[in-house]
Design a protein around this ligand. Structure first.
Ligand SMILES: Nc1ncnc2c1ncn2[C@@H]1O[C@H](COP(=O)(O)OP(=O)(O)O)[C@@H](O)[C@H]1O
Ligand SMILES: [Mg+2]
Length: 255
């Protein structure tokens, strides 16, 4: 890679293709996700955003290459990919509702430990978990069952679960969808706090959020990269306006 990547993590994807029985949901995509910048992946419903993440986390089979720290993640099983430091959230929340915030974090941290070593058994909270609680702003709610959290807090808990897993690469799939504007702002600030030594990919529909927080944007459309660049470059791109931004404006105007 080029010198600008020296000493920094990056996930380099070349010719990624995901074929569902002849339908190419992802069709020859090249992408480079770099450490230390908030990289937004946008595009209309069905563009292939989630499928890209599924392929990079071992949930669906993709062809091509996706290199991280010298390994091609497309050849790896999902649990090995987690151990390599690549994590993701899902569009539907994955926290255990009956367990407390702290217990959810401890279980996530335990993915790196042997079974039977949870904090209930040990009686002390690992430093990594305490730190994550602080970072996501849920220290005061550590003992609350996750099912009682507000929507935004639950999403932050999911980010915390990636933090305790030591994820160096984080895919956040529509994490701010359904959040209030205050929650969005807090989420943006949270991402800014943790991005310096991480590679963060944000899948998002909210254009206001993108304008405010994106350092770099890739637009997917029909399984291909339609455009890439800064927010200003993306917004000025006539093709992007036609297939995506135009549509969103119309929807917003109707709402
Ligand atoms: N398991 C699957 N089998 C067949 N088609 C799928 C599967 N998963 C996703 N697709 C299709 O692939 C396309 C991309 O989907 P997806 O990656 O979820 O889009 P996005 O996240 O951008 O909204 C859609 O047309 C979707 O219907
Ligand atoms: Mg999706």
């Amino acid at each position: 890679m080029t010198a600008s990547f020296l000493g920094q993590d990056y996930l380099e994807i070349r010719d990624l293709t995901v074929d569902f029985d002849g339908f190419k949901a992802v069709d020859g995509v090249d992408l480079t996700f770099q450490q230390g910048r908030l990289h937004f992946l946008i595009g209309p419903n069905g563009a292939g955003k989630t499928t890209v993440v599924d392929a990079l986390t071992g949930l669906v089979r993709g062809t091509g290459r996706a290199e991280f720290r010298g390994r091609d993640v497309l050849t790896m099983k999902s649990h090995k990919i987690v151990r390599l430091g690549i994590g993701r959230t899902f569009q539907t929340a994955t926290v255990f509702e009956q367990l407390t915030v702290l217990q959810n974090l401890d279980i996530a941290a335990g993915l790196h430990r042997r079974a039977g070593h949870l904090l209930f058994a040990r009686g002390k909270v690992p430093e990594r978990v305490t730190e994550a609680l602080e970072t996501i702003g849920l220290t005061a709610l550590a003992g609350r069952p996750a099912g009682f959290l507000a929507h935004g807090q639950r999403q932050w808990l999911e980010v915390g679960m990636l933090l305790v897993q030591d994820a160096s690469v984080m895919f956040l799939d529509e994490t701010v969808a359904g959040m209030s504007s205050d929650e969005r702002e807090e989420t943006g600030d949270l991402l800014k706090r943790i991005m310096a030594d991480r590679t963060i990919v944000v899948i998002e529909h909210d254009m206001e959020f993108m304008r405010r927080y994106a350092d770099f944007v890739t637009v997917l459309h029909a399984g291909r990269v339609l455009a890439e660049g800064t927010v200003a470059e993306i917004q000025a791109d006539p093709e992007v306006q036609a297939v995506y931004l135009g549509t969103v404006t119309e929807v917003a105007a109707d709402a």
